[in-house]
Design a protein around this ligand. Structure first.
Ligand code: AR6
Length: 244
């Protein structure tokens, strides 16, 4: 595997900001994938990127000074990184915290076997349970391009008594753990929207509302979303909830 840098041009008001997004390259991660696309909201910044292996990103200011941004992009979260030292990806794990399917499996495969060894060192709070639903734990990222992994557990939609509260806790506690560890850039997948069966629109409302509770704590909060339908749902929800 080789690594690559891709220049990302982000139009912010009159300024053109040139940022560098570091990520591990694969067949998707080449500059030829960079393309610009325009959105129709005044709060949305137009950008071009292939960060995370995806094909675009949309930016929304999180704070009134716009020093903090919410970035929504398509892609594979295992490829995402900003600086490799103050960045973290969030793993939608299960309570055992020893790997699984979906994004969890992909993250463990990309991080290598040291990740499960680090997870085994996280103390159990009950037999077999390292991270109860709604809580979060942090480990290094090992072979991942991002420096840290924040493991959280979203609710199983049809089994949880209050899935919205549990999902909000998963986002909030991930952000709290990130803050405690001086993380500046954090990327989330759509927690609970795969195996755990959370409806996309409801999940987007909880996800973006929870991020809004941390307007000044991070340089950038990203959503790296694998499925086009989820990406579209998130962008529309951010336009609704983050309009100025
Ligand atoms: N990058 C970004 N998003 C991804 C990726 C990826 N590489 N792979 C999948 N997704 P899921 P959950 C999306 O099932 O619903 C595991 O077995 C996927 O399309 O990974 O919270 C754990 O061990 C979906 O939109 O997580 C748990 O047992 C979203 O990530 C259980 O699944 C979340 O899907 C957790 O279920």
């Amino acid at each position: 595997m080789t690594s690559a840098f891709s220049g990302v041009a982000v139009a912010q008001g009159p300024k053109l900001l040139l940022r560098s997004l570091r990520f591990c390259s694969n067949s998707h991660a080449s500059v030829r994938n960079c393309r610009a696309f325009a959105m129709d909201s005044s709060s949305v910044r137009v950008s071009s990127s292939n960060g995370g292996g995806g094909d675009g990103e949309v930016r929304f200011p999180l704070s009134s000074a716009a020093s903090s941004a919410l970035v929504i992009q398509k892609g594979d979260i295992t490829k995402w990184s900003i600086d490799g030292s103050t960045d973290a990806i969030v793993n939608p794990a299960n309570e055992r915290m020893l790997g699984g399917g979906g994004a969890d499996g992909a993250i463990h495969r990309a991080a290598g076997p040291e990740l499960v060894q680090a997870c085994l060192k996280v103390p159990e709070v009950r037999p077999g349970i390292r991270c109860p639903t709604g809580e979060a734990r942090i480990t290094p990222g090992f072979k991942l391009p991002a420096s840290h992994v924040i493991h959280t557990v979203g609710p199983i939609y049809h089994a949880d008594n209050n899935p919205a509260a549990s999902l909000a806790n998963a986002y909030r506690n991930s952000l709290k753990v990130a803050k405690e560890n001086s993380i500046q850039y954090i990327a989330f997948p759509a927690i609970s929207c795969g195996v755990y069966g959370y409806p996309y629109d409801e999940a987007a409302t909880v996800a973006i509302s929870s991020i809004k509770e941390f307007p000044n704590d991070f340089k950038e909060v990203h959503f790296v979303l694998f499925l086009p339908e989820i990406y579209d749902t998130w962008v529309n929800k951010a336009k609704e909830l983050l309009k100025e």
